[in-house]
Design a binder for this molecule. Structure first.
Ligand SMILES: Nc1ncnc2c1ncn2[C@@H]1O[C@H](COP(=O)(O)OP(=O)(O)OP(=O)(O)O)[C@@H](O)[C@H]1O
Ligand SMILES: [Mg+2]
Length: 248
């Protein structure tokens, strides 16, 4: 399990996920080979039902593949037991979901803090890191607010802070702007761009071409396979200003 795979931070090889059986067999992910380099931002697009979320879940250890391999930071993770997978999900991977998945009864800072506590950090360190991350996403002054007191864009920024609190090797985002209006979308886009510049490895599933345009690489999926791969030049620099000007 400790064999290294060169420079790729995330690697999938012959990755498959099937649901059902017999005539009801559905190949949600049907043989994906993927290498994501450290510091790279990769966008994944494709029609509804083509397997984007399933792929992201497999890469982050939220789900087990039916076949193939998943490697993260040089270690093979597809065969890990429940405990090791849970540990991995708590610290090596940061997830951001379309619907935020915040705890409604906890404040912004507590939501971020909880994630640090669950990963085994001390209460003091967890609080310190949570406050620091909320500052970083521009919500330092709203740390004590409940999710219900925050806008959609602010909630998603809390979720991004939570995803980052344990310094994950990779952040996996599934439609992170799917529930946001266009102003909030640009806000979150700016945040991902900042992370990209800071060297964070990111895989972002999106229907939003503006988000995809800021990536280093765009993968297009169809029927469980990657059908196109486009390298985008200068992904993180200068595009956001132009995009902001193109607002509808
Ligand atoms: N738990 C499950 N049981 C059975 N089928 C599933 C399950 N999860 C996903 N699927 C099926 O697998 C296929 C891929 O689903 P997935 O959620 O990965 O698509 P997606 O590309 O993320 O779509 P969307 O853009 O709508 O979010 C779909 O046909 C879906 O119905
Ligand atoms: Mg999906």
């Amino acid at each position: 399990m400790s064999t290294t795979t060169g420079t790729s931070l995330v690697r999938a090889s012959g990755l498959r996920k099937e649901y059902g059986r017999g005539t009801g067999l559905l190949r949600a992910v049907d043989g994906v080979d993927l290498d994501v380099e450290r510091g790279e931002t990769v966008a994944v697009m494709g029609p509804s039902g083509c397997g984007k979320s399933t792929l992201l879940h497999l890469l982050g250890g939220l789900d087990r593949p039916s076949g193939g391999e998943v490697w993260l930071d040089g270690a093979r993770i597809d065969g890990l037991g429940e405990k090791a997978l849970a540990r991995l999900r708590r610290s090596a991977v940061g997830f951001v979901f379309q619907s935020f998945h915040l705890m409604e009864e906890l404040t912004a800072v507590e939501n971020v803090e909880l994630s640090a506590l669950l990963a085994g950090r001390s209460p003091r360190e967890s609080r310190r890191r949570a406050a620091e991350l909320l500052d970083r996403v521009g919500l330092g002054s709203r740390a004590g607010a409940l999710p219900s007191e925050l806008s959609g864009g602010q909630r998603q920024r809390v979720a991004v802070a939570r995803a980052l609190v344990n310094e994950p090797a990779v952040v996996l985002a599934d439609e992170p702007t799917g529930n946001l209006d266009s102003v909030a979308t640009l806000d979150v886009l700016q945040l991902f761009d900042d992370l990209h510049r800071a060297g964070q490895t990111l895989i972002i599933v999106t229907h939003d071409a503006r988000i995809a345009a800021t990536a280093d690489r765009l993968l297009t999926m169809r029927d469980g396979v990657i059908v196109d791969e486009t390298r985008l030049t200068g992904g993180s620099t200068g595009r956001l200003g132009a995009l902001a000007g193109l607002e509808d």
